[in-house]
Design a protein around this ligand. Structure first.
Ligand SMILES: [Zn+2]
Length: 1012
C-alpha cells in the first residue's frame, strides 16, 4: 500500500510538471483522482467514505509544484489545493500562493486572510488573544473544525475543562465525556521571527482544513478541533518582513541582523514559560486554560529537514511518564508516514534535551497536555537557496533516513514539510481521539493523586517571610500558571514543621500540581548526561529569595485553609504617629528601590548599619526619612506609595542614631550594542515593570559623548556575548566607502521604527574613544556596572586594577543556581540582605581578585584548590590522616575582603594600591564546594567555590561593579534585583563601611562628602 502511494505521488508530480503550462488543470483527472483516493495513514486512522469529488485550484497547484525543488519534498496532502467557489484561497486575498519566492506576509495581511476565511465558511472562527503585544499588535487565535464543532465551541471547551479537573467528575462521567468530546490540536506559528515559514503554511493549512473533502481531512474535522496561532511573536514577524524586503531591495549590500524581535527579547521569547514576563506567553497560557487543548504544537525552523521533538534526555523529571510516551508515539508516527512517502530527513531524538520547562510549549506539557515542536529547514526569508547540510545529514540510529548533504531548498519545501507532517499528526490524533482524551483525563487524575502517590503533599511559603511582596508575587505566578494556592486559616503542625497562620499552601492534590512542583523543587543535572540545551536549574524560591518548604506529611492536606481568589497582595502601611520622621526596613525587595524613585524629590537617608527601634530590628540600608526639610505632603504621599508597594513604614518621634548617608536618585543609563539586544532586554523589562527610570542608549552614545558624567550617574552595560575587543568593535565598520547599515523606519521598513532604538548606521561599536569616555566617566565619580562576561571591558582595557578573569578548566556549571555568601555586609550593595543568597550563574566569568594575580599575574584562590580530597582512608568527607603523627585538622580558610591572603600582604605592600582603592568582594560563591550547588549542574566546582560573585572596584572617584552572576535573568532572579538597585542608589557612597578606610566625617575619595 505504501509503495503505491509513493508512486502515485510521484506520478502526480511528474504529470503536473509536464502538463502545468500546457493543459488546463481546472478539472485535471489525475488530481481529482489524487484527491479522491483513500488517504494512507496509520492502520488505525479513520477514513470516512467520501461523497463527492473535488476540483483543484489550477493556478495555485501549479505554483506549489513549480516552487517545490524536488518531488521528494511533496506528499499527496500538499501537492494540490482544492478549489472552492465560496472560500477564498490565500492567493485570492494576498495576491500570491503560499510559498511563492520573495513573498513574506505581514501580520495584518495574515489577519486579513483569516478574517476573510471566517466570513466565507462556518468552519472557521477568529478570536483575539486577551493581551496586545508590547508594541501594540493584536495576536489572533483561529479555530477550524466542522460546522457543528465551531458552532458549539462552548460545549467542547466545557468537556476538556471537566476532563482536566478530575475532582469534578468520576470515571463513568469521564468515559461519557471522552466519547462526546473532541481532541483539540493547537498549531502555533513563528515564535522565532527569523523562522519565517510557519505563518505562511498555517494560512494554507487553515484553508485546506476548511475546504478539502478527502477522507483524510474529513477525519481530522470529525474528531479534532484545530486551533491556530498564526504568528506568536507578532512584533518580530513584522520587523522580519521589513528586514527581508530591505534585503531584497538592497541586494549586494551588507544587511542588518534582526536586532529586535519583540520589544524586549529575541530568541528568549521561547524561554518565558516559567516566568510569564511576556504578553505572548500569558496569551498562550490563558488560551490554554480556556480550551485545555490536547496538544500544543510549536513550529520552529533551524534543523534540516524536519526534526520532530522528543529529545535526548534527560527529560524533565516532574512530568507524567505518559506524556513522554505520547511525544514518542506522535513523533514516530510522523517519521514513519513521511518516510513511507519517500520524504527524506524526517527524524527525532537528537538536537534538544527535554529537561528545562522554560519553553513556550510547557504551557501544555506542564498542564497534563502534550507540548511538542518541529524544527524544519528554513531559509530565513523566502529565497530559494542551495544549502549545505552539515552533520545532520549523517545516518544515525535515530536518523536512519537522514537529510541530503546538499539540497536546493525553497520556502515552499519548508511549507510542504511542515504541513504534511502536522496534518499526519492531526489525522493520527483524530484516529486515536478517545485514547488521547483519556490520557489527558488520566494524567490530570494522576496529578491530583500526586500528593499521596509520589509526593510531596504540598509546598508551603511560610507566613512571616521577610520579603512578603516577593512571596505574593511568586504565588501570583503560580496562579497565572493555573495553580490553586491556599492560605492557612491557623497554624499548621506537621512532621515537616509548624507553619504559621497565613502561610501560603500549594497543595499537590490539584490538576496542575506538577507545574508547581517543577517550579519550586530543586534540580540535579548529572554532568554525564548529554550536554544541556539550556538552563539546568531554575528553582524559583531561592532565585526569588523567598522561603519555600517541601512538605511531605500528607497531614497538611487536612489542615483548614482557604483558597485565594484573585491575586495575592501585600498592603503596605505607615504605622505609628511619630512626628520626627519615618523608618522603613530594607528587606532587599525591589519595592524599596521603587519607593526611592517614586519619592524622588524627598530627602532619604540610608542607614549604614543595623539598628533597633524598641524591639524592632532594622537592616543596614534601611530608609530614614526626616520630616524636617521634606515636602509638607510627605505623610500623605508616603502612605499612598507604601500602601501600593506593600512597604511597611514607621512614623517615629525620634530618629535612630546610626551612621547614615543621603540616598541618591541616580540617572541610570542602560547600554545596548548593535550586535545583540537579547539579554539586556530582560533588564529593560524589569526596569519598566518596576517604574525605575533609565535612559536606553547604544554604545554609539558612549562613543559620541565625551562627558558622560554630565548626563549619567550609573551606566549599566547589559549582558552581551563576545570578548571585550569584539564588544568594543561592534558591527565592524570596514570602510567609509561602504554603505551604512540602517536600523530605522523607512518606506520599505515601516515597522523597524517601533524598535526601542533605531540608527542610520549600526556599524562601529563604542570603539576606543568610547572606552576612553567610559574611563573618564568612572574616574569622575560615575558607577559602571558590568554583567557576566562583559567584566572583560574594564579589565582588558586596563580601567580596573586587581581583577582578572580566569579561564575555567574543569568547571561545568551551565545555567544553574548557586549558594553565595555576603563577604562584606557593610557594603551598600549588600543592604537589606541576609547572610546568604542564591544566585543564577552560567559557566562564566570566573572573576579573580587580589594578590599578584589580580594585580597582574596568575592569581590566588585560597579556596577549594583541589577537587575532592587526596586518595586515602575514609570517604569523600573525611579528613586526610598522614600516618605516624597526631591528626591535624586545618581551620577553614578565612576569606579576606580584598582577596589578598594574609601571608602575602606584607611582601606585596609596596606594590598594592592603597587599601581603599582595592577591589572589594561583596558577594562570594560558597567557599565549600559541597554546599555550592542549589539546583542544576555542577562539576569542577572547586574552580567556582569562593570566587567573587559581586565585586566593587574603586577607580578614581568612581566605581566599577562587576556581577559574575546575572542578577536579572529571564524574570526569575527577583532575589538578586536589589544587588543592582543598591549599587545604583548608593553609587556615590559605595565605599561606605569598608574595613580600614576613613570613616564618617572625613570625606573619602570618590564621595561627595555628604556623609553624616
Ligand atoms: Zn525557533
Amino acid at each position: 500500500m505504501n509503495r503505491s502511494i509513493s508512486c502515485r505521488t510521484k506520478s502526480a508530480f511528474t504529470h503536473l510538471v509536464l502538463s502545468a503550462l500546457l493543459i488546463s488543470l481546472c478539472a485535471n483527472p489525475a488530481l481529482a483522482q489524487a484527491a479522491k483516493k483513500p488517504a494512507p495513514a496509520s492502520p488505525k486512522a479513520q477514513a470516512p467514505p467520501q461523497t463527492q469529488s473535488q476540483p483543484v485550484d489550477k493556478e495555485y497547484t501549479e505554483s506549489i509544484i513549480k516552487n517545490t525543488t524536488d518531488k521528494m519534498f511533496l506528499t499527496e496532502f500538499v501537492d494540490h489545493l482544492p478549489a472552492s467557489d465560496k472560500v477564498p484561497t490565500p492567493a485570492k486575498v494576498l495576491g500570491y500562493p503560499v510559498g511563492t519566492p520573495n513573498k513574506l506576509t505581514y501580520t495584518k495581511d495574515q489577519y486579513r486572510y483569516y478574517r476573510e476565511l471566517e466570513k466565507a465558511t462556518p468552519r472557521v472562527k477568529v478570536f483575539t488573544a486577551p493581551e496586545k503585544s508590547e508594541l501594540g499588535r493584536e495576536q489572533l487565535l483561529v479555530v477550524v473544525g466542522d460546522e457543528a464543532a465551531v458552532a458549539n465551541l462552548a460545549k467542547y471547551k466545557e468537556i476538556t475543562a471537566k476532563l482536566g479537573d478530575p475532582r469534578r467528575i468520576n470515571d463513568e462521567e469521564a468515559k461519557k465525556l471522552i466519547g462526546e468530546g473532541k481532541a483539540i490540536y493547537w498549531a502555533s506559528g513563528s515564535i522565532h521571527s527569523p523562522e519565517t515559514g510557519s505563518p505562511e503554511m498555517l494560512m494554507e493549512m487553515a484553508y485546506r482544513l476548511a475546504v478539502e473533502e478527502t477522507p483524510f481531512i474529513q477525519a481530522i474535522r470529525k474528531n479534532v478541533i484545530v486551533l491556530i496561532t498564526p504568528t506568536l511573536e507578532v512584533d518580530g514577524r513584522d520587523m522580519m518582513v521589513d528586514l527581508y524586503n530591505w534585503r531584497k531591495a538592497n541586494e549586494g549590500k551588507r544587511a542588518p541582523s534582526l536586532l529586535y524581535w519583540g520589544k524586549y527579547v529575541a530568541h528568549d521569547n521561547n524561554r518565558d514559560s516559567m516566568a510569564m514576563a511576556l504578553a505572548l506567553t500569558r496569551n498562550q497560557m490563558s488560551t490554554f486554560l480556556e480550551y485545555h487543548p490536547t496538544i500544543l504544537h510549536d513550529l520552529h525552523e533551524s534543523v534540516p529537514f524536519l526534526y520532530t521533538s522528543t529529545g535526548t534526555g534527560p527529560y524533565n523529571a516532574w512530568l507524567d511518564p505518559i506524556v513522554i510516551n505520547e511525544w514518542q508515539a506522535l513523533a514516530y508516527h510522523e517519521i514513519e508516514e513521511m518516510t513511507k512517502r519517500g520524504v527524506p530527513g524526517v527524524w527525532t531524538h537528537g538536537f534538544y534535551d527535554g529537561w528545562a520547562p522554560n519553553y513556550m510549549f510547557y504551557v501544555a506539557n506542564g498542564h497534563n497536555s502534550i507540548g511538542r515542536f518541529y524544527e524544519t529547514f528554513g531559509n530565513g526569508g523566502a529565497d530559494t537557496q542551495d544549502r549545505v547540510v552539515g552533520q545532520q545529514s549523517n545516518r544515525d540510529w535515530f536518523r536512519p533516513n537522514p537529510p541530503l548533504p546538499r539540497v536546493k531548498w525553497s520556502l515552499r519545501n519548508n511549507v510542504n514539510m511542515q504541513q504534511s507532517a502536522i496534518l499526519l499528526a492531526m489525522n493520527y490524533v483524530s484516529a486515536n481521539k478517545d485514547r488521547f482524551l483519556n490520557n489527558f483525563y488520566l494524567k490530570s487524575k494522576r496529578s491530583v493523586a500526586k500528593a499521596k502517590t509520589e509526593g510531596p503533599a504540598a509546598w508551603v511559603l511560610p507566613a512571616g517571610d521577610p520579603r512578603p511582596n516577593e512571596a505574593a508575587d511568586l504565588v501570583n505566578l503560580l496562579k497565572m500558571q493555573g495553580c490553586e494556592v491556599h492560605k492557612a486559616d491557623k497554624e499548621i503542625e506537621t512532621k515537616d514543621g509548624k507553619f504559621p497562620a497565613g502561610s501560603y499552601v500549594v497543595r499537590m492534590d490539584q490538576p496542575y500540581s506538577r507545574m508547581a512542583d517543577m517550579l519550586l523543587d530543586t534540580q540535579y543535572y548529572n554532568v554525564n548526561d548529554p550536554r544541556p540545551y539550556d538552563d539546568t536549574g531554575w528553582t524559583l524560591g531561592p532565585l526569588r529569595n523567598v522561603k519555600t518548604v517541601r512538605a511531605k506529611d500528607v497531614a497538611i492536606l487536612n489542615a483548614p485553609m482557604t483558597l485565594i481568589n484573585g491575586m495575592a497582595k501585600v498592603t503596605g502601611s505607615v504605622a505609628g504617629s511619630g512626628k520626627a520622621g519615618y523608618i522603613i526596613n530594607h528587606n532587599a525587595e525591589s519595592a524599596i528601590a521603587q519607593l526611592r524613585f517614586r519619592l524622588k524629590d524627598v530627602k532619604i537617608n540610608a542607614a549604614e548599619d543595623t539598628f533597633k527601634v524598641g524591639e524592632r530590628s532594622f537592616n543596614a540600608g534601611s530608609f530614614i526619612i526626616k520630616a524636617e526639610g521634606n515636602p509638607a505632603d510627605l505623610d500623605a504621599r508616603l502612605k499612598k506609595e507604601a500602601t501600593e508597594l506593600g512597604v511597611a513604614a514607621h512614623a517615629v518621634d525620634k530618629l535612630p542614631e546610626v551612621a547614615q548617608h543621603a540616598l541618591s536618585v541616580p540617572r541610570i543609563a542602560l547600554v545596548h550594542t548593535w550586535t545583540n539586544t537579547q539579554n539586556e532586554g530582560w533588564y529593560r523589562i524589569e526596569f519598566d515593570r518596576l517604574g525605575i527610570p533609565y535612559s536606553y542608549i547604544s554604545d554609539h552614545v558612549i562613543r559620541d559623548t565625551a562627558n558622560l558624567r554630565e548626563k549619567y550617574d550609573v551606566i549599566i552595560w547589559g549582558p552581551v556575548g563576545g570578548s571585550a575587543q569584539s564588544i568594543v568593535r561592534g558591527v565592524p565598520k570596514r570602510s567609509d566607502n561602504e554603505a551604512p547599515i540602517p536600523w530605522q523606519k523607512s518606506d520599505i521598513t515601516p515597522n523597524m521604527g517601533q524598535s526601542p532604538d533605531t540608527t542610520a548606521d549600526m556599524r562601529g561599536g563604542m570603539g576606543v574613544t568610547g572606552v576612553a569616555n567610559l574611563q573618564r566617566f568612572i574616574e569622575s565619580g560615575g558607577l559602571f556596572v558590568t554583567i557576566g562576561g562583559n567584566a572583560s571591558i574594564p579589565i582588558d582595557f586596563g580601567i580596573t586594577e586587581g581583577v582578572s578573569i580566569q579561564a575555567a578548566r574543569q568547571l561545568q556549571a551551565r545555567g544553574s543556581i548557586f549558594n553565595a555568601t555576603f563577604a562584606d555586609r557593610k557594603s551598600p550593595i549588600a543592604y537589606g540582605y541576609d547572610e546568604k543568597l542564591a544566585v543564577y550563574f552560567n559557566q562564566a566569568p570566573l572573576i579573580q581578585v587580589g594578590g599578584v594575580g589580580g594585580f597582574g599575574g596568575g592569581g590566588f584562590n585560597p579556596f577549594g584548590q583541589q577537587q575532592g580530597r587526596p586518595s586515602g582512608r575514609g570517604g569523600l568527607n573525611d579528613p586526610d590522616i598522614p600516618q605516624g603523627r597526631p591528626p591535624f585538622i586545618a581551620p577553614p580558610a578565612q576569606p579576606s575582603p580584598d582577596g589578598i591572603p594574609e601571608e602575602f600582604r606584607t611582601q606585596l605592600a609596596g606594590q598594592l594600591p592603597s587599601a581603599e582603592m582595592r577591589p572589594r568582594i561583596v558577594l562570594r560563591f560558597a567557599t565549600d564546594e559541597k554546599n555550592l550547588l542549589v539546583s542544576g549542574m555542577l562539576a569542577g566546582g572547586s574552580e567556582l567555590a569562593g570566587k567573587p560573585a559581586v565585586i566593587d572596584v574603586p577607580v578614581g572617584k568612581g566605581h566599577v561593579v562587576m556581577f559574575a552572576n546575572n542578577p536579572m535573568w529571564r524574570h526569575q532572579t527577583h532575589g538578586s534585583f536589589s544587588l543592582l538597585f543598591n549599587a545604583a542608589l548608593n553609587y556615590d557612597h559605595l565605599s561606605v563601611g569598608r574595613a580600614a578606610t576613613p570613616r564618617r566625617g572625613q570625606p573619602q575619595a570618590g564621595q561627595n562628602g555628604d556623609d553624616q
